[in-house]
Unconditional design. Structure first.
Length: 253
């Protein structure tokens, strides 16, 4: 199936993480040009861009710091300046927060710990979408995918603030679709289930992974490539009329 992404200009934030890297590669396989946005892993981003075709301007790496209020404008402008358009935006960069310590409660978390989690996962997303949509609206085409989390739907003990920030992306999508749809711009959310990224595999002992697999209807965890495939379809011209939706990729959970 031709998804119609050949030559399209794509910006993936958080592109050096497990899901972001798989997503950038999936777009490149469809013939898209991919801007690989990173925070601290410049070497990894440049290596990925080289893999995706930096030598013939099919990809390039650029910085994107969630703590920098100018990063959304700078990143989107860099893509438009280089390729003349920004057709697809994937907001994947994430700010994780530490779980609450055992025996503590929601009210025990000081504001200076939870505020960066909420602001880091919501404010940069809002800013980046704002900077991206103007050009999309003018050109009459655009696709935006916001990466949420299964925590925003099913919850997870000790991750109230992270879950709240990710759930806010769903509210943004449901309202934003009304402003964008008549301009040919579609916006959706993808909610990965527990995904076999390097970070997850390193953090979760095998007993926990087995428990999660047993509780999943498909009997296994989700791969980054499976999340990426969903993102790429929603981001493509092949998606003609899906907007304002939250798609869970988690084997039925």
């Amino acid at each position: 199936m031709d998804l119609g992404l050949s030559g399209r200009a794509v910006l993936v934030t958080g592109a050096t993480g497990g899901i972001g890297r798989a997503t950038a590669r999936a777009f490149a396989r469809e013939g898209a040009r991919v801007a690989v946005a990173h925070h601290t892993d410049r070497e990894g981003a440049e290596k990925l861009a080289a893999e995706l075709g930096a030598h013939d301007d099919r990809a390039f790496a650029l910085p994107y710091d969630l703590a920098d209020p100018e990063a959304p404008r700078t990143a989107t402008a860099a893509v438009e300046r280089r390729w003349g358009a920004l057709d697809v935006l994937v907001v994947n960069a994430v700010r994780y927060g530490a779980r609450r310590a055992p025996g503590t409660h929601f009210e025990d978390v000081p504001e200076d710990e939870w505020r960066p989690v909420v602001e880091g996962n919501l404010t940069p997303a809002l800013r980046t979408v704002q900077h991206a949509v103007a050009g999309m609206r003018r050109r009459g085409f655009g696709r935006i995918v916001l990466m949420s989390s299964h925590n925003a739907l099913g919850g997870n003990r000790g991750q109230e603030f992270y879950g709240a920030a990710k759930a806010a992306l769903h509210g943004l999508t449901r309202s934003l679709m009304w402003d964008l749809a008549d301009s040919g711009v579609l916006v959706n959310v993808v909610c990965p289930g527990l995904t076999t990224t390097d970070r997850v595999l390193a953090a979760l002992p095998e007993t926990v992974r087995e428990r999660e697999r047993t509780a999943t209807p498909t009997g296994r965890l989700t791969t980054p490539e499976e999340v990426a495939d969903a993102v790429v379809f929603l981001s493509s011209p092949a998606n003609g009329n899906i907007t304002g939706e939250a798609l869970t990729v988690g084997g039925g959970r």
